[in-house]
Design a binder for this molecule. Structure first.
Ligand code: G6P
Ligand code: MN
Length: 441
């Protein structure tokens, strides 16, 4: 048996880390053919040529190609790794600036930055899945595309039976940091977590002897013994944004010590503190464009011009390993535990059964089977109910093109203080996304 993998959005700056893991683990994945597909001809050709040379020179037996033709890419595909970004980081930065200038959170998945990204991405992703159903209906789609919370709601609503798993590397990154704090191997710990993507909490951290370490972590944080966790993720370790984020996450836990929070809750629970750091003059999108984007495409150009990749190397971290681990679990039916986004269907007993939630699941050849979380407390449930209503109405707005629905969705986002600000930001985002959002009426 041999597998064909397709990277949808293969020209992305998130691809290199995945490409490296695929190369290293090609044999155990039965990977014989790898296609980088993207609508951006220049980027996919840069990364495609680079990868071809890089794989070949390191003795890989995998056939690497790249294309802007989706029909060709999907022919006979077994796995799709999807991470697309319509409008690129350029549009991300435009959205961030509009939000920040209006005094509200500007972030690509939380706040109205997430709303805007969702309006661009939902139609594009649904179109791709339609093609997959047509051309390679048995393929598995592992989706990293953001804003995952809203997008997964749209995907599972439109394609309840599709072989799609929506995932995010944030929970495992934070779990890695917790494991290293306790000097434990990540695989020896069992985490209980619930919520939605970029909007969840850990309730238990069970070690190999069955002991819950969450109370220990709580004590260490509340007593002031620690004020941050050291990241386990080499990709982000040195990045000031992530250093600040981990500190803010621990400080949130101190103030809400019941459960350990996903770092993205900082945008909803302490938006004022986030806004103190953020400036429209230089946003995260700007940072990524000047840093990661420039570095990666420059390196591709250098290697292509030199005609050899021998003095170049790709770096594999949590992001690449996580998606490949999940593909491995499906191929080999390992029933290993991962955190995924799926329809609730009773996992959280006191939450909408049709809503998509982020919870642990055992992953094998049948896909992900979620665990039972049980009933959640009123505080988290209240936050989730409003956020879920926001997500659902954002999907409704993207699919219907209704301005009124969009406006109501905006009002359900906790980062929006009132109608005046909500409408102003919505209108400015719409104007700045002409041709990228569906038309609103
Ligand atoms: C984490 C999140 C992703 C997000 C990324 C942003 O990995 O889980 O959802 O896309 O961070 O990274 P960036 O460097 O683009 O800000
Ligand atoms: Mn994520």
């Amino acid at each position: 048996m041999s597998n064909k993998f397709v990277m949808v959005g293969g020209g992305s700056t998130q691809s290199p880390g995945i490409l490296e893991v695929l190369r290293k683990r090609a044999e155990e994945l039965n990977l014989s053919e790898l296609v980088l597909y993207d609508i951006d001809e220049e980027r996919v050709s840069l990364l495609g040529q680079y990868t071809e040379m890089y794989y070949k020179e390191l003795g890989s037996k995998v056939t690497v190609t790249y294309t802007t033709n989706i029909e060709e890419a999907l022919q006979g595909a077994d796995f799709l790794f999807m991470q697309i970004r319509p409008g690129l980081n350029k549009q991300r930065a435009i959205d961030e600036k509009i939000c920040l200038k209006n005094g509200v959170v500007g972030q690509e998945t939380c706040g109205l930055g997430g709303f805007s990204f969702a309006m661009r991405v939902i139609p594009a992703v649904l179109e791709i899945i339609r093609k997959v159903k047509d051309i390679c209906p048995n393929a598995w789609i592992l989706n990293y595309t953001n804003p995952e919370a809203i997008l997964s709601e749209a995907i599972y609503r439109e394609f309840p039976e599709a072989k799609v798993l929506c995932i995010c590397d944030m929970p495992i990154s934070i779990e890695g940091a917790i494991a290293s704090y306790f000097n434990k191997d990540l695989h020896d710990l069992t985490f209980k977590y619930f919520g939605m993507n970029h909007f969840g909490w850990w309730t238990n951290i069970i070690d190999e002897n069955g002991r819950d370490l969450l109370p220990v972590l709580r004590e260490d944080v509340v007593s002031g013994k620690i004020d941050t966790l050291l990241q386990s993720n080499d990709e982000t370790k040195e990045d000031q944004y992530w250093i600040d984020t981990y500190k803010q996450m621990v400080s949130l836990f101190k103030r809400f010590p019941e459960y350990f929070p996903n770092c993205y809750l900082q945008y909803y629970l302490t938006p004022d503190e986030m806004l103190e750091h953020d400036t429209p003059d230089f946003t995260r999108g700007d940072y990524v464009m000047q840093g990661r984007e420039k570095r990666i495409y420059d390196e591709c150009r250098r290697v292509i011009a030199a005609g050899t990749a021998k003095d170049s190397s790709l770096h594999a971290g949590v992001h690449g390993n996580y998606i490949v681990d999940i593909a491995y679990a499906i191929i080999h039916n390992t029933r290993e535990r991962f955190t995924v986004n799926k329809k609730n269907h009773g996992s959280i007993s006191n939450f909408d059964p049709e809503a998509v939630v982020e919870v642990p699941a055992y992953v094998g050849s049948m896909g992900a089977e979620t665990i039972t979380v049980g009933a959640i407390p009123t505080f988290q449930k209240g936050l989730m109910e409003m956020q879920k209503a926001y997500e659902k109405m954002t999907v409704d707005a993207a699919l219907s093109g209704s301005y009124q629905t969009a406006m109501e969705a905006v009002m359900l986002n906790k980062t929006i203080p009132n109608y005046t600000v909500g409408k102003k930001v919505l209108d400015e985002l719409y104007a700045a996304n002409k041709g990228l959002w569906p038309n609103l009426q």
